[in-house]
Design a protein around this ligand. Sequence first.
Ligand code: NAP
Length: 162
Amino acid sequence: MIALIWAQDENGLIGANGQMPWHLSADLKRFKALTSHHTVVMGRKTFAGFKRPLPKRQNIVLSHQSLDLPAGVQQFKTLDDLWALNAKQPDEVIFVIGGATVYAAVLPQADLLYQTQIQHAFDGDTWMPAIDYTQWEVTAKQTVAADDQNPWTFSFTDYQRR
Ligand SMILES: NC(=O)c1ccc[n+]([C@@H]2O[C@H](COP(=O)([O-])OP(=O)(O)OC[C@H]3O[C@@H](n4cnc5c(N)ncnc54)[C@H](OP(=O)(O)O)[C@@H]3O)[C@@H](O)[C@H]2O)c1
């Protein structure tokens, strides 16, 4: 199974200068809880924005180039490698963790969506591709008000393909 997981602002913004445009600790905790002990697949630019591979997860980086990656990090040169991995272990959730070009390419084959939406407008340069939500059923939704730890109200929404 393939899941997309991302956080966006109220306009669908997801990135700024190669980084996330915000720091939202509740979202980072949820991301860690959902993805730990699973495979995470990301584009070269998203991986370049990390200080190190994400611990306790099999990190896979998509790139057409031959990359010099840290030990333990795998590379996929095409999405066919992702489809093959998914076919080999269909009951395992593979988390696609960005960025925009990878979300757009994988969306048609995705089974699950884990969206965080922050009720605020940020500045940035990278947006989530358009999603036709009529194709998706909400399976869980939680809205959390701003507090000392999390400066903006946000929602977690889980979807499965109809
Ligand atoms: N808010 C969030 O939840 C979230 C999550 C993730 C990322 N982001 C943000 O999104 C931004 C980066 O997104 P982005 O769209 O610019 O870059 P990206 O998707 O992270 O990386 C793009 C690169 O990935 C490789 N790639 C993509 N599709 C491929 C395919 N089908 N086959 C082989 N390689 C493929 C290519 O690398 P080569 O050029 O080497 O071939 C491409 O240039 C950053 O600002 C990041 O912080 C936000």
